[in-house]
Design a protein around this ligand. Structure first.
Ligand SMILES: NC(=O)N[C@@H](O)C(=O)O
Length: 285
C-alpha cells in the first residue's frame, strides 16, 4: 500500500494512493481510522484495517488536496551518517566501526513538491539522497532477527545539509548544519513493508537541476537495517512514526571540484527503488 498525508478541505487526512494516482481518504471509508498516519501506525492492526478500507472504497472516497510529508509529525528523526564506503571516502572520513548517529527536529520536515527557504547565513547548502525507514512497532533491545518486524515502510528522503554550519564547529557537532527549517523533505508516499519487500538492493538516485549527482545502491550499506535498528534500540525505545534516515552514497556537492551547492532556484529530485520521486525547490531567504 502507498500511504500519504493529504491536506484537504477537511484538514489533514491519511490517504491511500491508487495505481492511477488517485487519493482514497481512508477515514471517509472507515471513520474509526485515525486521520494521522503516525496514529494509524500505532494502532494494533492499523495497516490491515487501512488495506480493508482501500479495498472497499467507493468512488466518493477519492479526495483532492496537497500532499504533505507522509509523516508530518514524527516523534524522532534519527539519521545515520557515513553508511556508504564511497561517501565516507569522498569526505575523507574514517570508515566507522559502528553506525554514526545524529538527529534532526520537527522543523526540518517538509513534504513532496515543497519549497524550502535557504538560510541566508549559509553559502554551502548540500543535498543527500537517503532511504528513510518508518518505524511501525514500539521496541527496545530489539534483536537483529526481529528488527524488520518493527518496520512499517519506506520513503524517499533528502538530508539537506549546510556544510559551513556542520564542519569545523566547536565540539565537532553536526547539529546546526543538519537542522535548518525544511532540511528533511520526505515523500511522496510511505510504501508499506509488506508491499516493498527487501530494500537492501534499491537504486538511490538524486538529480540537481536535472543533472544526475548521486547514483548509488542500498546494497552498499555498511550497516544493514536490522543492524541499525538493533544498535539504536540498545539505547532508545523506537516508536511508531519514528523516522530513520539511513545515510547517503557518494556524489554530494561538497565532494565535487568545484563544489555543487544548492542555490536560489535549484530543484532536487530523489528517486529510490519503488518509492516514486521526491522533488524539492529551493529559494533564497
Ligand atoms: N557528510 C555527511 O553529513 N554525511 C551524512 O549525512 C551521511 O549521510 O553520510
Amino acid at each position: 500500500m502507498k500511504l500519504a498525508t493529504l491536506h484537504t478541505a477537511r484538514g489533514p487526512r491519511v490517504v491511500a494512493m491508487t495505481d492511477d494516482d488517485r487519493h482514497v481518504d481512508l477515514n471517509l471509508v472507515d471513520s474509526s481510522l485515525p486521520t494521522s498516519l503516525r496514529a494509524l501506525l500505532a494502532l494494533e492492526g492499523g495497516l490491515t484495517r487501512a488495506a480493508a478500507a482501500l479495498a472497499n472504497a467507493p468512488d466518493e472516497a477519492v479526495a483532492e488536496g496537497k500532499l504533505l510529508a507522509p509523516i508530518p509529525d514524527p516523534g524522532k528523526v534519527i539519521c545515520i551518517g557515513l553508511n556508504y564506503r564511497d561517501h565516507a571516502e569522498e569526505t575523507n572520513s574514517p570508515i566507522p566501526s559502528e553506525p554514526v548517529v545524529f538527529g534532526k527536529f520537527g522543523n526540518t520536515i517538509r513534504g513532496p513538491e515543497a519549497t524550502v527557504t535557504l538560510p541566508a547565513v549559509s553559502e554551502q547548502v548540500d543535498y543527500e539522497a537517503e532511504l528513510v525507514v518508518v518505524i511501525g512497532r514500539t521496541g527496545k533491545n530489539v534483536a537483529e532477527a526481529d528488527a524488520m518486524n518493527h518496520v512499517a515502510g519506506y520513503m524517499n528522503g533528502n538530508d539537506v545539509s549546510a556544510r559551513d554550519w556542520q564542519k569545523g564547529r566547536p565540539g565537532e557537532q553536526w547539529l546546526l548544519g543538519k537542522t535548518p527549517d525544511g532540511f528533511a523533505p520526505t515523500g511522496p508516499f510511505l510504501l508499506s513493508a509488506d508491499e516493498a519487500g527487501d530494500p537492501h538492493d534499491w537504486p538511490v538516485k538524486l538529480e540537481l537541476n536535472g543533472r544526475t549527482m548521486q547514483d548509488g545502491s542500498t546494497a552498499d550499506f555498511l550497516f544493514t537495517l536490522p543492524q541499525i535498528v538493533a544498535h539504536l534500540t540498545k539505547i532508545m525505545t523506537l516508536e511508531p512514526g519514528d523516522l530513520i534516515f539511513t545515510g547517503t552514497p557518494a556524489g554530494v556537492g561538497a565532494a565535487r571540484k568545484p563544489p555543487a551547492w544548492i542555490t536560489d532556484g535549484s530543484e532536487t529530485a530523489v528517486t529510490i527503488g519503488p518509492l516514486g520521486t521526491l522533488r524539492t525547490r529551493f529559494v533564497a531567504e
